[in-house]
Design a protein around this ligand. Structure first.
Ligand code: VGL
Length: 195
């Protein structure tokens, strides 16, 4: 039987792209391939979810309040907007995470839609069994989302030609992919994508 699938586009926001406040090297280069995956899912009438990192001005996630990161993706700013070339269809389910000042919220499973319904519940309502993950960053939000998906019994594919990592340490993304694969995640690209 065919599994019911959904696409998850993680944090393709200006601040994670070229000249952004927390630019992921080559982050913007994921956009053309992500747009291709979006078209495939749209064409097959499969759900598309897109997360936004959506921080208040003051959060323990930021360096100046004890966290790891420069100020980025502050709610309502240009840096928090999607990359201008990302082509999300109007049916995309938009999810927001990082609103709670005391939690890191790297994972899409800590995100919620505009009505406060969390990602897992939305997946359950739609009967989704498998998610395909693209976006930023491989070694943080993509990784944590993939692990949470596996923990929740979903099948997971990462789209390796549509993700990029921060690489605070040079091998972080490679290690992240290795770890995900060990946990049961499959790697695919546009060449072997079948919706
Ligand atoms: C992310 C670092 C800090 C991500 C978010 O979206 O992967 N990375 N905040």
């Amino acid at each position: 039987m065919k599994l019911k699938k959904a696409l998850l586009v993680v944090d393709v926001q200006n601040d994670f792209c070229l000249k952004g406040a927390l630019a992921v090297p080559g982050g913007e280069k994921t956009v053309p391939n992500i747009n291709k995956y979006i078209k495939i899912f749209s064409r097959n009438r499969l759900p598309i979810f897109a997360t936004s990192d959506w921080h208040p001005k003051k959060t323990a996630h930021f360096k100046k309040y004890g966290g790891l990161w420069p100020v980025h993706c502050v709610q309502g700013t240009k840096g928090a907007q999607f990359h201008p070339e990302l082509r999300l269809p109007k049916e995309t389910v938009l999810l927001y995470k990082g609103m709670y000042p005391k939690s890191e919220s790297y994972s899409a499973f800590q995100a919620e839609d505009e009505n406060g319904i969390n990602f897992l519940n939305l997946l359950k309502v739609l009967g989704i069994e498998e998610i395909f993950i693209a976006g930023l960053a491989t070694d943080y939000c993509v990784k944590f989302s993939a692990y949470d998906a596996i923990k929740n019994g979903l099948k997971v594919k990462i789209l390796t030609d549509a993700i990029k990592g921060v690489n605070l340490k040079p091998n972080d993304s490679k290690e992240a992919v290795k770890g995900m694969v060990k946990a049961g995640v499959k790697e695919i690209t546009l060449n072997n994508m079948e919706p």
